[in-house]
Write a protein that binds this ligand. Structure first.
Ligand SMILES: O=P(O)(O)O[C@@H]1C[C@H](O)[C@@H](CO)O1
Ligand SMILES: Nc1nc2[nH]cnc2c(=O)[nH]1
Length: 318
């Protein structure tokens, strides 16, 4: 896997704008809000009005998403009351673990920027590193306030490469996650009547995948301050910030990575058994992508109503 030293795809952006202009009606051509649909979350675009789907294969510079639960198309449409707000959603994203270069991973964000997107809502499915963020019960969605990206810190950063005059060379990340949009998430949840326990705040750890974390890796990320872990999102956040787009990230917590009391010495276990006082079994977790997709499907309605309400509030505040 190579980092994004050569970003040749940018030259295609202009032709994509021409292609889209021939497909889309005028009112859909200038989306204000972009959405990235995480694993199992393509239904976020299900209720767009006047929806037009454009397959990635009919555009230039796009890859094809190979992960189950990710389509490969942009969906354009209108959301919210009245005339509605024009939006665009990525139905399917690219992950570095699929073999895509990081410049391909972030390319759709760059296209969104050229279309005029000012705010992006990036969603993902993530594992919980925090026993206080229970899975499948109450606090299912985490509004991301910060990230921990070991790949970025160790030479696998999507912004590596020659300086480009249109972008800052040294992008600050101290306020990468828009304070204003983070407030909007909680106002939206309040307007929808979601219980306070349905929405948390936390730090997203980006790992390359495709393996899920070993218990020690989960504990390491937790000890380093992350609340959830996933295999996407951060490259898109960096590109969006470089493009001057305001960013909101919502993680759907689909599974546990770190389980309380998950570790026990086998020696202790055998000794207890030999002394006739066997210990109770230790709970085990083994995550699977099927489980991730199933939770995504089950909970996508909550995520969809939250995203739609946010778009409505963004429109009101514009
Ligand atoms: O695209 P996202 O980040 O939602 O997908 C997550 C991370 C992996 O791609 C996959 C693992 O189940 O789900
Ligand atoms: N890295 C990682 N990504 C995920 N996406 C959904 N669940 C997980 C997880 O447990 N770990």
């Amino acid at each position: 896997m190579s980092a994004a030293h050569e970003d040749t795809s940018l030259e295609f952006v202009a032709s994509n704008l021409d292609i889209l202009a021939t497909i889309l009606p005028e009112r859909l051509l200038k989306p204000q809000v972009g959405i990235v649909c995480g694993s199992g979350l393509s239904t976020l675009a299900a209720s767009f009005r006047e929806r037009v789907e454009v397959p990635y294969s009919s555009l230039k510079g796009f890859g094809i998403s190979t992960v189950h639960g990710h389509k490969s198309a942009l969906a354009f449409g209108l959301v919210g009351p009245g005339d509605g707000i024009p939006v665009v959603a990525m139905l399917g994203r690219f992950h570095a673990y699929e073999g895509h270069s990081l410049s391909t991973v972030v390319y759709p964000i760059r296209v969104m920027a050229r279309l005029g997107v000012k705010n992006v809502i990036i969603t993902n499915a993530a594992g919980s590193l925090d026993p206080a963020l229970p899975v499948g019960t109450s606090r299912l969605i985490v509004s991301i306030r910060d990230h921990l990206a070991l790949p970025d810190l160790t030479g696998f950063n999507p912004l590596l490469g020659p300086a480009k005059p249109q972008y800052p060379r040294f992008l600050p990340l101290s306020a990468a996650y828009s304070h204003s949009l983070r407030r909007t998430v909680f106002f939206a949840a309040h307007e929808l009547g979601l219980p306070p326990s349905a929405l948390g705040e936390g730090t997203y750890a980006w790992v390359s995948g495709p393996t899920y974390e070993s218990p020690a890796e989960g504990r390491f990320l937790r000890a380093a301050g992350a609340s959830v872990v996933g295999m996407s999102t951060v490259p898109e956040v960096l590109a969006a910030r470089e493009e001057g787009i305001e960013v909101c990230v919502l993680s759907l917590v689909t599974n546990f990575v770190v389980i309380p009391d998950g570790y026990r010495s086998v020696r202790e276990e055998v000794d207890a058994e030999l002394s006739g006082r066997p210990l109770p079994p230790v709970p085990q977790v083994e995550v699977s992508h099927e489980e991730v997709l199933a939770i995504g499907k089950e909970k996508s309605e909550v995520m969809r109503s939250l995203v739609e309400k946010m778009i409505e509030l963004i429109g009101k505040n514009a």
